[in-house]
Design a protein around this ligand. Structure first.
Ligand code: DHB
Ligand code: FE
Length: 283
């Protein structure tokens, strides 16, 4: 039996994403910045926008359209969604300049901390009739010298086979397709889940309207989200994609990297297996 799932509205996802982001900055803290640095960044940002206005001869009606749109992004709570789609990838690439070991990618707006802690061989919490092909995703967590990291945590979250995230779409059980997997004494893990579908930016809100206005598509390729952490090591936040997946070459969030593409192997029972190892650098 499958039940039809109401689509999440942009406003619903946006409001939940705003709440999740506020909670995360309280938890992780947000760094202040010096007046000098603020002056420099703000001046350069404004100068870049002023240049576009001059060179493209932006008109009053265009300016007013932008003003109205910015108001709607705020009112709809879509700032986390919008910023994570169009800006986070550049911040991540800057962070990656000083990162060794496994390659990272953006966190996006749908991480929720405090999920169920699971063993090294685990099935993610899912509905009894969870739609989608089974995926068994396994691997090992090691340090830069190749030593296994026992007790490492893989904080895992993904969309379901309709492309929706629990906690942000109505009618999905809390914690669905989320969990913290803890590696065994060989640093190994094996996670049973389902293949996620590609994710579509909600089309009924201002971010969707901006994408449509420009004639772009609103899709991200199907992906898994992970944070991998171990005592004394620098945490990585990353995503894994699927070879041959739709939108892999044109992710609206520009967050794919060649190193992050899994090549799942189809099994006789119609399910898939995929393997990926993580390497963490010292903290
Ligand atoms: C967004 C959604 C995602 O699932 C993701 O991985 C990155 C960004 C977004 O809607 O902003
Ligand atoms: Fe995502």
């Amino acid at each position: 039996m499958t039940t039809t799932q109401p689509s999440p509205t942009a406003a619903g996802s946006g409001a939940s994403a705003s709440d999740a982001f506020r909670a995360s900055t309280e938890r992780r803290g947000s760094a202040g910045t010096s007046q000098e640095r603020a002056d420099r960044l703000l001046s350069r940002t404004l100068a870049a926008i002023h240049q576009v206005i001059r060179e493209e001869e932006v008109s009053y009606p265009e300016f007013q359209t932008v003003k109205r749109w910015l108001m709607e992004v705020g009112e709809g709570g879509e700032w986390p969604l919008f910023l994570d789609v169009f800006f986070e990838h550049e911040v991540e690439k800057v962070a990656a300049r000083t990162q060794r070991g496994s390659v990272g990618s953006i966190e996006g707006p749908y991480y929720l901390p405090g999920q169920r802690r699971l063993g090294s061989v685990a099935t993610l919490p899912m509905r009894p009739d969870e739609k989608g092909a089974r995926l068994v995703f396994s691997g090992q967590v090691r340090d830069l010298d190749g030593a296994a990291l026992a007790g490492a945590e893989i904080d895992f979250w993904q969309a379901d086979a309709d492309g929706y995230y629990s906690g942000f779409a109505p009618d999905l059980p809390e914690g669905n397709l989320r969990g913290v997997i803890v590696t065994d004494d060989q640093g190994r893990f094996e996670i049973t889940s389902v293949l996620p579908a590609p994710y579509q930016i909600p089309t009924d809100g201002p971010t969707g309207a901006l994408i449509a206005a420009a004639g772009w598509h609103p899709w991200r390729p199907a992906h898994l989200h992970l944070m991998v952490r171990a005592d004394g090591h620098r945490q990585i936040t990353t995503q894994l994609y699927f070879a041959g997946g739709e939108w892999l070459g044109s992710d609206i969030a520009s967050a794919t990297k060649d190193e992050l593409v899994l090549d799942p192997e189809r099994q006789a029972d119609g399910g898939y297996t995929a393997v990926y190892d993580f390497v963490l650098e010292p903290a």
